[in-house]
Each structure stands twice: as C-alpha cells, then as structure tokens.
Design a binder for this molecule. Structure first.
Ligand code: SF4
Ligand code: SF4
Length: 473
C-alpha cells in the first residue's frame, strides 16, 4: 500500500479529540506563538474589531447612542436609527439574512468567520493568549512554569496573569452592558455607590466570572464542544469549499531525505503546524471539526518552506478539489442557490427600510358604528386613531379636517405619543347636516405635529340614512 493510501486509511484521529485523554481528562494545549503574514493581518483586523467593540458605545448621533440593544425596554438603535417592537418583521428578515450569509460564506470559504470574526477566537488569540505570551513566555516556558513547584515566581506570574484576565473580563462585561443600557446610564451606575445597584453589580460580577473562566480555562473547548456552528461544518462543507488545507498531493509521502532523487513529498514532518495549533490538531489529517481556521499553521509551514527552499503554500486556503484536481470552483449549485436567496432577502430588506417612515398612522371609522345625531343641526361619526411614534421625540399630534367645514373632538386622552410609543384614541368628526350632500362623503383628516403636516388620511363620513332615502324617493 502506498504511503498516501496508508495515510487515507488511518482515520483513527477522528475517534478522539486532541484535548482529551482516553480517560476523559483534559489535555492542556500550549500552542507555540504564531508569527507570519497571516498572523499580522489577523492582528490588524482584530485590532479594528476590538476598537469598534470598545469604542462604539461612546459614539452618539444627535445625542443618542449609535447602537443600543435594550431589548428589555424594547428600545433598539442601529446606526442612529431607532427601532421598536413594530419593526419586528425587519429583525426577522435581517436575522435570516445573517444566517444565510454565514451559510453562504461557509459553503464557499469554510470557517472563515471562526478565524477572523468570531469573538471567541478574537478574544482568545488576540487578547488573552497574547497577555499569556507576554507574562509567561512562549509555549515551552509556559509548560515549564506549569510543571514548576509553587514558588515566588510562579505565584507572581500566575496571579498577575489571572488578575489582568479578570480585569479585562470585568471591563468587557461593562462594555457589553453599555450596549444594552447606554453609556450614560452605565457611567451613572459606576459613579453611584455599589449599595444602590447591588443586583446589577452582582449580575456584572457573575457575567465577568463566566467570561474570565471561558478565556482563562475553558478556551478551545468552547469551539469544540459548545459552538453549534462548528458542529454544522460537516453538513455545510463540500469538496469545493475553500478551507485551510494541507496539500497532501504535494506534501506526501512526508519525511526528510538527504538522498538525491528522493521520492518524498515537500512535508519535512517538522510538526511545526501541530505545535502552533490552538486546538491541538494535525491539519495534515485533513479538514477536521476542531480546526477554527486561525491560519497559524499556514504561517508556521510557510516559514519552514522558506528554510528548506520550497515554495510556500503547502498549507493554504484551498478546496479539496483544488488540491486533488487543480480545480477551484466557487460557483457551485449550492453557492448559487444561497446567493440568489441572499440577494432576494437583501432586496426586500432594502425596500422595507427605504419606505420605513418615522410614523405609522391609521384612521378608520369605528367598525359597527352608524352616524350619530350630535345636536339638532349636526351629525357626527366615531373614528379610531392609531399613531406609532418611531422617533426619540415626544410627539404631540393634532387632527384637522381638510376640504369640509366641521370639527374634530378627541374623546378622553390627549394625543401625545411618547418616544417609541403608540397613541390609540377615538375621536368624533362633527359636520353640519346641511353640508352633507351624499350618504358617504369622502373626507380628509390631516395629522399635524408641532404645526407640520405629517400625514393626510382619506376616509369617509356617513350621513343620515333617512335623509338620503327620502331624496331617492
Ligand atoms: S489546523 Fe491550522 S488553522 Fe486549524 S486551528 Fe489548527 S492552526 Fe488553526
Ligand atoms: S509545518 Fe509544513 S513541513 Fe512541517 S510538518 Fe507541518 S506541513 Fe509538514
């Protein structure tokens, strides 16, 4: 059996995960510090993401937060635009759009989201792991420190590291909270004595502890055991998906040979790609559920290839078909299907967003009600009025009749809509009987706020039936 076929037959690595022993004990991963062009690009990209995450709560548009996700109070602001419960349909479409985009990107580009965008990877590899390298050193020093008996150095390094880890978790929890309650509310809470916000403070401490635990201890287990997206890879990827792949055609049979005319492949079996892997896998075994596409093995292997004077890219972004048949096909039936659905949904969302005004208004004659004889000269009709205010302002509304003499009398409440509030009211339209010339008279009602027309609703006014019966005779 050829070396390549032996490799294909040996699939035992799929029976267990690299971070757990046969007995079920955790194997702690000490990945070597990555370096290279992909790692540098990821540092840059992650810095932008972190800057946005920590900076956005401080950005305001006309005195309101740029982004606010206060689901409890049903107050949501996205890029300065207010949204409320009445926009639920937009959120549903947006959610479907996001999910399909992730599917599309996964079908075409594999787990690119995990490596570059996922908060778990960004915080783990670009924040927590970096601090660890800074305090404890590279992988072999970390391993040595862990094996070391507790002494002054170990106590200092470990407590210093975990202190910083918890501080980051605490700050980040507060930042997350500011996305929910707004930065102004958060700074009020911070400035007030803890005793006044004991429940909130306890909640923040719990959240910070979970956050700290995930990045200090749980780490890659979140991707391997908890993340549902990782679990779905098996059904989303196919032979044309571009993932981080080892070029087994070029690399196998692996090994080092000093002989001239060696039949060995380009892989020198140096294990560098395994040593940098934060999930502890060997990418040479093929695409695996544990691979979070962090690119560390690409950089490690490229460095080795430079040293042995072979072309870079033994590990690279490539599809299985590209490696085995030399064909890169991004336009598969699945990717086309997802793209079409994505374009349609995006079109619907754009149209709905562009026709979305600041108010939603409806006026209609109260169902089941006939005309009323208001007094000896006037006739009235009862109407229902609903106004949804989608702005941050309090809206005092005023109703006026247009094109016909008459009066509008609001029953009960005054017409004031709170920010994101709804007015539901009833009103009477009173018109002189002599001015009504037909049974169903078309009328216009203008809705004004602060002297400005915000809408004009056309409806009808029902006259006295007896009057028009007589006319017919
Ligand atoms: S196999 Fe490579 S890309 Fe995948 S997690 Fe390991 S180092 Fe990152
Ligand atoms: S880093 Fe490259 S050469 Fe070294 S073992 Fe991995 S694939 Fe082979």
């Amino acid at each position: 059996m050829s070396e390549e076929n032996k490799h294909k037959m040996n699939q035992s690595f799929r029976d267990s995960i690299a971070t757990v022993t046969q007995k079920g004990d955790r194997i702690w991963i000490y990945p070597k510090k990555p370096r290279g062009k992909f790692y540098n690009a990821r540092i840059l990209f992650s810095s932008v993401l972190l800057l946005l995450l920590y900076g956005l709560p401080f950005v305001k548009v006309n005195g309101n937060p740029l982004i606010l996700l206060n689901i409890l109070d049903r107050k949501i602001i996205l890029f300065g635009a207010p949204f409320g419960p009445h926009d639920f349909h937009l959120f549903v479409i947006a959610m479907i759009l996001i999910i399909i985009s992730i599917f599309l990107f996964t079908v075409v580009y594999g787990r690119i989201f995990c490596g570059w965008l996922c908060p778990q990877t960004v915080f783990m590899e670009m924040v927590y792991r970096k601090i660890e390298y800074l305090i404890e050193g590279d992988a072999y020093k970390q391993r040595a420190l862990s094996k070391m008996k507790w002494n002054g150095e170990k106590i200092f390094k470990k407590s210093f590291k975990h202190g910083i880890f918890f501080a980051i978790a605490f700050v980040t929890s507060n930042i997350f909270l500011s996305y929910i309650i707004g930065i102004d509310e958060l700074s009020k809470i911070i400035q007030a004595p803890v005793s006044e916000h004991l429940t909130g403070f306890t909640a923040i401490l719990i959240f910070s502890t979970v956050f700290y635990y995930v990045f200090a201890f749980f780490r890659e287990q979140a991707c391997l055991m908890v993340c549902p997206y990782g679990r779905l890879q098996g059904v989303m990827l196919d032979e044309d998906s571009v993932v981080i792949s080892y070029d087994h055609v070029r690399g196998e049979p692996r090994g080092v040979s000093k002989k001239e005319n060696s039949t060995l492949g380009d892989c020198v079996d140096c294990n560098q790609c395994v040593q940098v892997c934060p999930t502890g896998i060997d990418i040479r075994n093929g695409t695996q559920l544990e691979c979070v596409n962090c690119t560390a093995c690409i950089d490690a292997c490229d460095e080795v290839m430079d040293k042995v004077d072979k072309p870079r890219g033994l590990i690279r972004y490539a599809s299985l078909n590209e490696i085995e048949k030399g064909v890169r096909s991004l336009l598969t039936s699945r990717s086309i299907g997802y793209t079409v659905v994505l374009i349609i949904l995006f079109g619907i969302l754009t149209i709905l967003m562009s026709v979305r005004g600041n108010f939603e208004l409806s006026i209609f004659r109260t169902p089941g009600m006939m005309y009323q004889q208001y007094d000896s000269l006037h006739v009235s009709n009862l109407y229902d009025f609903v106004l949804i205010n989608k702005t941050f302002d309090t809206i005092p509304a005023r109703l006026e009749l247009d094109g016909i003499d008459g009066e509008i009398k609001v029953i009960g409440s005054n017409l004031i809509a709170e920010p994101h509030g709804t007015i539901e009211a009833k009103f009477l339209v009173i018109i002189k009987d002599s001015d009504i010339k037909e049974l169903n008279t078309p009328i216009s009602i203008v809705v004004k706020t602060n002297g400005k027309n915000i809408d004009e609703i056309k409806t009808s006014f029902l006259g006295r039936i007896e009057k028009f019966r007589k006319k017919k005779k």
